[in-house]
Design a protein around this ligand. Structure first.
Ligand SMILES: *Cc1c(COP(=O)(O)O)cnc(C)c1O
Length: 403
């Protein structure tokens, strides 16, 4: 992998922040966008912009073709059996809400659903709303001090009343890779469906939805070098056919009369209204870009960055890293004794280094460690070892100033 060549694909990496070269270590919140994806979106608006699916005219047909081609790219990347099992959404949050709202019509009082202690708020709150509506009970797989789920406890939670399990593939706050194969197999053994939140995994791990045998897998394009405001809901055809639609409107109907409306077939049943056409096409271009580099090459390089940064941070007195799972993606959450994470983040920003501070939309994890938040540095394949050196130097400076 030629990282210098790759960096040239990302115009934003050339810019300065506060007079210093930008070091972008907030990839777990959103990734940067390569010129190939930006060009694809510009090209769409310059040449093809039209509403899709209903048009008889050439532009509409071409736009439809490009949009459906993007759906096929997503299908291929995640190895879905059929293109119509890929639903375009506005992102992970939207995808989860489609399933949780559908489930609100399926579940009843006394049914149980299982979440993990490692979740992003967007894989907690929609389900709590669903439980309030239905009277279903939410159970939680706990984690240990290392940030690893306690699977024996999961075994205890599962029963014939379990209807659905929803867990992330990778934790955005700690980087833990969860044993989703085991989670899925055991859920299916009691007859429950499984939704996997893949938002944090997709930039690093290529999930194969058929070999996982997962019922629902969701992600956002902006975490994997694509544009914001677009994502996917993968669902098995049988699961999606059973799930009631979420939003009503144009595009999602077969026939409308004032007496009764029948819904369109998949995927349109879940795609009401005019979608983010340029975004969907950009999503496809982002997957092309990642696959040109190679997902395995990306993961191997990021693993080196993670090891290098972990060693360097552990050598700084007072630094404590949260989340030391044996299986991790390139995310490091840490604190320095006696210093608020926000103060570290502010000084790093003055030195051009973008990290995230706070609870990372995962307050239950912060509560577990009894901390208000962490500093989170998250790496991508376009980051370098020199950038990690810069962060370490800047962090030492910040500690000197603040202690
Ligand atoms: C980013 C993220 C989300 C939310 O994604 P949106 O694009 O904001 O909808 C959910 N879960 C995880 C694990 C994430 O990393």
């Amino acid at each position: 992998m030629d990282v210098q060549k790759i960096r040239n694909d990302f115009p934003i990496l050339q810019r300065k922040v506060n007079g210093k070269p930008l070091v972008y270590f907030d990839n777990a919140a959103t990734s940067q966008t390569p010129i190939q994806v930006i060009d694809t979106i510009v090209e769409y608006y310059n040449n093809y912009n039209a509403n899709i699916h209903r048009g008889v005219h050439t532009l509409s047909q071409e736009a439809t073709e490009l949009y459906e081609l993007a759906r096929q790219k997503i299908q291929k990347h995640f190895n879905a059996a059929q293109a119509h099992e890929i639903i375009f959404t506005s992102g992970t949050t939207h995808s989860i809400n489609i399933v949780s709202n559908g489930y609100a019509q399926i579940l009843s009082k006394g049914d149980e659903v299982i979440v993990s202690a490692l979740e992003h708020h967007s894989n907690i709150v929609p389900w709590q709303m669903m439980c309030e509506k239905t009277g279903a009970v939410l159970k939680v797989i706990p984690m240990n001090e290392d940030g690893v789920l306690i699977m024996e406890e999961y075994d205890q939670l599962l029963s014939n009343t379990t209807k659905l399990v929803f867990v992330n593939h990778v934790s955005n706050a700690l980087g833990t890779v969860n044993p989703i194969e085991e989670i899925i197999t055991k859920a299916h053994a009691v007859g429950a469906e499984v939704l996997i939140d893949g938002a944090q995994a997709s930039p690093h791990i290529k999930a194969d939805v058929q070999s996982l045998d997962v019922d629902y897998y969701v992600t956002s394009a902006h975490k994997l070098c694509g544009p914001t405001g677009v994502g996917m809901l993968y669902g098995k055809q049988s699961a999606l056919n059973r799930l009631p639609p979420y939003q009503g409107g144009g595009e999602m109907i077969a026939e409308v009369t004032f007496e009764k409306t029948t819904y369109a077939d998949l995927p349109h049943k879940f795609e009401a209204g005019t979608p983010n056409i340029a975004g969907g096409i950009g999503f496809g271009a982002a997957l092309d870009y990642l696959n040109t580099i190679g997902m395995e090459e990306i993961a191997a390089y990021e693993e080196q960055l993670l090891k290098y940064a972990t060693t360097a941070l552990n050598n700084i007195p007072g630094v404590k890293i949260y989340g030391v799972a044996p299986q991790k993606t390139a995310v490091i959450s840490f604190n320095v004794t006696g210093i608020h994470p926000y103060d570290i983040g502010s000084i790093l920003d003055q030195l051009g280094i973008a990290v995230r501070t706070g609870h990372h939309c995962a307050q239950p994890i912060m509560d577990f460690y009894q901390i208000p938040g962490t500093v989170r540095a998250s790496f991508s394949f376009y980051n370098t070892f020199q950038e990690i050196d810069s962060m370490v130097e800047a962090l030492k400076k910040a500690i000197q100033m603040l202690q």
